[in-house]
Design a protein around this ligand. Sequence first.
Ligand code: NAD
Length: 344
Amino acid sequence: MSQRQSYTITLVPGDGIGPEVTEAACRVLEATGIPFTWDVQRAGAAVLEETGTPLPDSVLESIRTNRIALKGPITTPIGSGFRSVTVAIRKSLDLYANLRPARTLRGLPRSRPDIDLIVVRENTEGLYVGIEHEVVPDEAAEAVRIITRKASTRVVRFAFEYARANRRRQVIAVHKANILKVTDGLFLRVAHEVAADYPDIAFQDLIIDNMCMQLVLQPERYDVLVMPNLYGDIVSDLCAGLVGGLGVAPGANIGDEAAVFEAVHGSAPDIAGQDKANPIATVLTAAMMLRHLGEIEAAMRVEAAVASVVAEGRVVTPDLKPGRPDATVVGTQALADAIIEHLS
Ligand code: NAD
């Protein structure tokens, strides 16, 4: 019998609930029977004192070498302090497409029915270039928003290629070109140009505020949504809320040279270290990683195991308890155990 292929993956546990949810996801991945070697790399406030930087070069080198990483969230100080390590990783490795699927989980009272959409968020520019300054101290401040033809073209093309490869029927470009006529105007023009190369896929554009209302009213109508960076960040949290919350929302950052898999949620300092974090978002993120590796059968087993655990509703983490009076509240690792039991 031929030996199973093994994979070396950079593992960035992150901080807050990151170490808890990535441990759970790694256990589920290992339970698939596929051999993994974890190249563990630390980043964030905890390494700042030791190394003088929240993002040591060794983290980026490891991801460049392995070309794939599973990452937990990393806390960013608000208002002052170091810039986001997560944004720095995405930019340094040119991970230009942030994929954030939102799918109905059957049996979850807070999950709206029949949703199966994917947000494709531009991941390298927009307001996230981090250029801002005070014009008049404490009175007026200014931020720079960059939109380029290059970044817009590749992310819109990515959305269409994704749609084609995954038998999706429609791509919508989301923008605010009525107000941001120059920046979003460029994004929209490029989206229409790229769409012309994909006559097999329906294309439409929608203004971001209307898009948000439509998503709340009839989310089941939507398929692939592509948009600039900040809109994608906000709309993907909105979509996570439609299917049960951040505890069940997976994600991936894809570039030409590497891919970093991380859930939509942040480090959740309010529940960190309390065994309350829902591991499902990171487990579904791990399933996206398996698909990326070509391990489709294993990915489907993991997704089916998660679906069964949620549908049965015998055990839940606290975030999934509302509307389920009969469910027993369990911790992060116990929920992972239930997923592992259902894997076979
Ligand atoms: P958050 O996503 O951490 O939390 C928002 C709410 O959702 C909180 O009530 C939290 O308890 C809950 N939540 C999140 N994940 C959950 C899970 N797996 N299970 C159960 N409940 C969950 O957002 P925030 O509070 O705005 O941000 C906290 C920190 O995380 C900030 O420093 C922010 O910069 C950082 N952040 C990092 C990333 C990343 O590294 N990818 C992403 C987003 C935010």
